[in-house]
Design a protein around this ligand. Structure first.
Ligand code: NAD
Length: 486
């Protein structure tokens, strides 16, 4: 069981104002693992008002030393609570331990530390020199200033990673924050409120709203004129809705959305069979936005690639779905709804004429939760819906290509543009990487997603960048000041 997930508003950890809660569900068992406060519209209002006051009426936005030391303490406390965070990622987000410890939690904690280092590179005041214009001379400075109150709306798949990427960066920038975690992962938001109290963050600077109803709090944040920016991570459909709702108050909207990223394995990949084998979509049951879920292989070595995949999927067949195994990297999908959605895509793939070479079945024998086999479709064409739409489950599709130009064309033939990877000789792979229209690309397994590099999407994968210096600057605006000197 997990502790109850509470709201954190104006410095106080508390239940919803009407006392209502909703069930926090364990994806491994479909059982209840705790209760989460179900915020009312009054609670959301109070959180926005508190964040506004903390921004307008305190020196949080100006006192850089104070906030660096308090946010450092906050990150230290997150690190000190690693074991608890791993437990939450396992029980609430359905992460297997191998995935919970790595990307889910350690990635987020390392990212928090990276952001503290990136903060030191921000040039808060830039001397822009003296310029004569219209008969007078001016000495000019450009200042960076925080954007104000941030509404941070986050998903369930890697909840700590996304929460830290937004909250730590926005607080370092001098903004104040209302965090609205996904209904499926309330505790990963709520614990950040508890640790903020321990870190001594001033009241109102950071607030957390949990809600069982997916849209209410996010809609309120998007429409409210007291909120300056929405930083959203989630599906492309909801991203569009948020942009629409935010337009009436002309707020800035940063969107980190879905993906359908491609791995291109070239015929000169250092170890072709191994390169193909490592593309299985199994880590955290494929629930990663930048996960390359389309595998592009040369037509000339297609049969070899399919054999390599049959071998890797065959070897992995039962090495998943184990709650206790520390090496296990794949558990259930998050919910019954997601399970049914993924299964409907598997049925669709068969109807579209793709060839199932691994998996394809729901696996109730693994437990009472939401288990789906690692699944791979061969003979896919890029116009099929299983190649175009984000499935967000353990499903890989394999598509043959003629030559490098064809591989680039297929990789870019997507509404999305989030990530990708190329395996091959370095120069050739780099030439391809430069032409793929995505925010990150990995070459030969390079780590392109870390806390000190910018992350975000082209095209339908969103706008804006998180993490790295760019991720802090996203929450800053410029102000040019000129003094007449002659
Ligand atoms: P979702 O879009 O359903 O929900 C995301 C968040 O938006 C949740 O907190 C939800 O409660 C809230 N929300 C729902 N309706 C809303 C509305 N009308 N107004 C305001 N807020 C609303 O996404 P999800 O199912 O939680 O997460 C999966 C999706 O997130 C996938 O598409 C995945 O690719 C994407 N994702 C993207 C990134 C990235 O960085 N690009 C990272 C992780 C996940």
């Amino acid at each position: 069981m997990l502790a109850d997930a509470n709201l954190y508003i104006n410095g106080v950890v508390r239940p919803a104002s009407n006392g209502k809660t909703y069930d926090n569900i364990n994806p491994w068992t479909a059982g209840v693992i705790g209760q989460a406060a179900d915020a009312t519209p009054d609670d959301v209002n109070e959180a926005i008002a508190a964040a506004r006051r903390a921004f307008d009426d305190t020196d949080w936005s100006r006192n850089r030393e104070l906030r660096y030391s308090l946010v450092s303490k906050f990150v230290e406390l997150l690190v000190a609570n690693r074991a608890k965070l791993v437990e939450i990622a396992r029980l609430e987000a359905g992460s297997a331990i191998g995935a919970a410890a790595r990307a889910q939690v350690d990635g987020a904690l390392n990212g928090g530390k990276d952001l503290l280092e990136c903060y030191k590179q921000i040039e808060w005041e830039q001397d822009r020199g003296v310029k004569a214009e219209m008969g007078s001379e001016s000495k000019r400075t450009v200042f960076l200033e925080p954007l104000g109150v941030i509404g941070a709306i986050t998903p369930w798949n890697v909840p700590l990673y996304v929460n830290v990427g937004k909250v730590v960066a926005a607080l370092l920038a001098g903004c104040t924050v209302v965090l609205k975690p996904a209904p499926d992962t309330p505790m990963m938001g709520s614990i950040m409120g508890e640790l903020a109290v321990e870190a001594g963050l001033p009241a109102g600077v950071f607030n957390v709203i949990t809600s069982g109803e997916p849209a209410m709090a996010g809609e309120m944040l998007s429409a409210d004129p007291r909120v300056d920016v929405i930083s959203f991570t989630g599906s492309t459909g909801v991203g569009k809705r948020i942009m629409e709702a935010s337009s009436a108050t002309l707020k800035r909207v940063f969107l980190e959305l879905g993906g359908k990223s491609a791995t291109i394995v070239l015929d000169d990949a250092p170890n072709f069979a191994m390169a193909v084998m490592t593309t299985m979509v199994v880590f955290h049951a494929g629930q990663g936005c930048a996960y390359p879920t389309r595998l592009l292989v040369p037509k000339s070595r297609y049969d070899e690639a399919i054999q390599a995949l049959q071998m890797s999927y065959g070897g992995f067949a039962e090495k998943w779905g184990d709650f206790e195994d520390p090496t296990c990297i794949m558990g259930p999908v998050i919910s019954k709804r997601q399970h049914d959605r993924v299964m409907s895509y598997i049925e669709l793939g068969e109807k579209e004429g793709a060839r199932l070479i691994a998996g394809g079945k729901s696996r109730p024998d693994k437990g009472t939760g939401f288990f789906i086999e690692p699944t791979c479709f061969a003979d896919v064409t890029n116009d099929m819906r299983i190649a175009q739409e984000e499935i967000f489950g353990p499903v890989l599709v394999v598509i043959p290509f003629e030559d490098d130009e064809d591989a680039i064309r297929i990789a870019n033939d997507s509404i999305y543009g989030l990530g990708g990877s190329v395996q091959g000789s370095e120069e050739r792979a780099m030439n391809i990487a430069k032409r793929i229209r995505t925010g990150t690309v990995s070459i030969n397994g390079g780590m392109s997603i870390t806390g000190d590099l910018p992350f975000g999407g082209f095209k339908g994968s969103g706008m804006g960048r998180e993490w790295g210096v760019e991720g802090i600057e996203e929450f800053l605006d410029t102000k040019a000041v000129a003094i007449k000197i002659g």
